[in-house]
Design a protein around this ligand. Structure first.
Ligand code: PMP
Length: 285
């Protein structure tokens, strides 16, 4: 696999970063995941805009402009003959000489940039989407700036492991009785034809897929309510689903062991999945 590190395209085994990199030592960095279908990028501009916002919130300088980022993404798609899968990008505050809580001088310490591809031919034609996924609920004990897409993913990773241990697929995180989001996705329920998802704030990541799906739902005359919902409300919903760049719209069929509806993926979730895939495929660059 050909990967990108600080300006160079290298075989993955030759790519190296410093042990003093603040991404490694302090999770001082941000990332994005852009999906590739038919060798094209889904919602590249949405991911670029959110990257800029995450960097601005942390005071890390963006090392490249939009067109330079696009060029690196396209090079990696070409060099790896990527048809379906994703491109992961990470920008950290870089590697100063010493470990220090004080941010290094941006004049001398430049951000570290790493990108790599991951192939996954089963994104569109996903066996999981046909069955739906099961979620458990766990306390949301993450920090208060979940709107910044940092590489600090230990708790979401632990949550996923708790779910797997209980025979489920993922965890929904809960704060003051209400669902914030999934470990790596935004969470939704549908009741009487109305789609409900938590409003944007510092409590959740502002999903690029969420923005697209809500737009498509409104265009398809499906009513949307952006508000918090409780676990109880979720367990009594007709349908539920999650969204993320790499899973698109993924139906949820069970919450904490309680089956939703018939236990099969709901019709509205499946319809939204189809619309999302069709429309984003058309708009891919
Ligand atoms: N919430 C969290 C916590 C996530 O990690 C992700 C995916 N990175 C999302 C939501 C979904 O965001 P997007 O649709 O931009 O992939």
């Amino acid at each position: 696999r050909s990967v990108y590190v600080n300006g160079d395209y290298l075989p993955e085994g030759e790519a190296k970063i410093s042990i003093f990199d603040r991404g490694f030592l302090m999770a001082d960095g941000v990332y994005e995941v852009t999906t590739v279908i038919d060798g094209k990028l889904i919602d590249f501009d949405g991911h670029f805009t959110r990257l800029q916002r995450s960097l601005d919130e942390l005071g890390i300088e963006n090392p490249m402009d939009r067109d330079a980022w696009l060029e690196v993404h396209r090079q990696l798609v070409d060099q790896n003959a990527l048809d379906q899968g994703m491109i992961y990008l990470q920008v950290t505050r870089g590697a100063p000489g010493d470990r220090d809580f004080v941010f290094p001088d941006p004049e001398t310490t430049k951000p570290t940039v790493v990108l790599f591809t991951q192939s996954n031919p089963a994104l569109v034609d996903s066996p999981k989407a046909k069955k739906g996924i099961k979620v458990i609920t766990i306390d949301d004990i993450r920090w208060g700036r979940r709107d910044i897409k940092t590489v600090q993913l230990l708790y979401p990773s632990m949550g996923k492991m708790m779910a797997i241990k209980q025979g489920a697929d993922d965890a929904w995180m809960v704060q003051e009785g209400c669902v914030t989001e999934g470990t790596s996705n935004n969470a939704y329920i549908i009741k009487d034809g109305r789609i409900v998802t938590r409003a944007l704030s510092n409590d959740i990541l502002h999903g690029i897929t969420r923005a697209a799906v809500l737009r498509f739902a409104q265009e398809a005359q499906m009513p949307v309510e952006e508000r918090s919902f409780t676990v109880q409300e979720a367990m009594q919903a007709d349908e539920a689903f999650v969204t993320s760049a790499s899973t698109f719209v993924m139906p949820v069929v069970e919450i904490d062991g309680a089956r939703l509806g018939t236990g099969a993926p709901g019709p509205l979730a499946l319809r939204l999945r189809e619309i999302y895939i069709e429309e984003s495929r058309k708009a891919a660059i």
